[in-house]
Design a protein around this ligand. Sequence first.
Ligand SMILES: Nc1ncnc2c1ncn2[C@@H]1O[C@H](COP(=O)(O)OP(=O)(O)OP(=O)(O)O)[C@@H](O)[C@H]1O
Length: 558
Amino acid sequence: MYHSPKSREYASPILENCIRLHFEDHLLQAKLRLDMPTAADSSSRSQAHAYDAWNSFNGLCEAFMRLFGLISQLAFISQQKSAGTLFTLVALVRPVMTLVNERTLWLKPHVAYSENAAYLRLQSLQSMSQSQFRGDVIAGDIAGWITTEYHRARDVLGNVAAQSVWSLYSIEHSPINQILAEWAGSLPTMYWALSAMLAPARFSMTSIAILQQYSTSLNYSLQMLFWDFSQIGRSFTDIKILYEAASVKNQIVDGDVAYPRADVEPSKGMEIELRNVSFAYPGEKSKEAALRDVSFRIPAGSLVVVVGANGSGKSTIIKLLTRMYDTQEGEVLIDGLPIQQYCMAGLRRAQATLTQEHKLYPLTLAENIGLGYAEHVQDTEMIMAAARDGGAAGLLDKFKDGAQTTLEPITTAFGYQLDDDKHKTLKDVLTKLEKTTEVSGGEKQRLVASRTFMRFRTQQIKLLSVDEPSSALDPRGEFELFERLRQTGEGKTMIFVTHRFGHLTKYADIIICMKEGKISELGTHKDLMGRDGEYASLYNVQAQAFTESEVAVAAGKE
Ligand SMILES: Nc1ncnc2c1ncn2[C@@H]1O[C@H](COP(=O)(O)OP(=O)(O)OP(=O)(O)O)[C@@H](O)[C@H]1O
């Protein structure tokens, strides 16, 4: 059969597409028919991918082609007068030895996982560079802590090999098999040479044949050398890309003025002013900017409540104050100086934020809370006190390992070629390893809130920004959290972004009401209620809900 590489190049993508689409359709239907409990059960969750089908098909074709090639080669050699069956057997010794001695995991159903605490710690810390944690890492100023802990874990790991499980498994522990295989590789040459010596008349072409064999192996060695060099070239490119990534310039440029400034009267709070600020998120598709010509001034130590409809720009104000972004127009002034002039680390050390975007780290509960004050991450007493403030103390008691529990640990476990019926024991092991400890959304919010209370213990906080952190909390939990935050932040500047602002309004010095990226109203509760505008309407909707529920409760009692 004539086989053209060009025709293969053309046909292969078409065939791959057909097979892929066929199996994608098949998998889609298989997944859609699953009910909720079955889908949640990891042992029955389909781990198949449509591209596996193509890979298997491709692999099978290659294997058959190779087998066909081998049979043709063997048939050709055994037909040669000067070679015969004995030579064919001699030529087969090495490939057979290699095949028998090869330790490969690919053909065995297996479950692999790591138990090495230092390795798992390294993986957890590495995962904290992912974008989902960026906000927390920047606001919490814990990049330094992560790096130190990473180096510590690497020292503990020492020389323990961290390659993939497949390469670790295939490493030959004794070199004897390898040496024997090398010798076996020379057997054909020895056969030719010996035969030529015993019957020189029959082997007039012997020397040429040996030379031919040498040239074949030389050719092979050269090809391998070429391949090695191309690999080295690729490695250099990879290293270059790595270095380039590390030297990419941040868009937010650090300032050099230390915060708090020595030339400003000491105060417990931070003075904030926004002057004609307009801001659109980089790459945002919306035609409207998130903030448009926003101006206000918050004296140090004020309690501010920001209200407004979804998407009106409330959270964006907090993001500008933590310098997650810089304004495109207008100015943000902190204690009278543009925010860009301050050294970011100092400015962030003076801030505590609590938002719905904060995440749980893949670390212990103690570290999740303690990282609010990285220097005291080992201080159990302080952590427990912060957990009590955040309403998470009861939660820590719930677990067998208490504060040392890791809720969402990095999992290194995976299974390969496991059949539901045949490999039940391995499947059970995998299910057990994959199990994470589940907590409710409200419990997560309590843990994250405890981290903020831990941060207060640095005694450096001058601004507390709270952005709707209580969506999953029950009403009592939310009320208690806001009360504790308010009391802990007494005297500091506090900004609360919330839709449920009823119980905060009586403490608010300033209420900012946002609408479509602009300030629609600004003043005290009394002022704004008197105006009977946007704020009054939002307030009345809440008040009405309370009144209606009271009427319903009263009606139920009758
Ligand atoms: N990271 C982002 N990238 C692009 N656009 C964003 C981003 N975050 C917010 N926006 C957009 O900016 C506008 C203001 O969003 P913002 O989150 O400040 O509103 P909000 O008043 O806090 O809303 P909510 O009450 O729903 O939390 C919205 O139109 C939103 O879609």
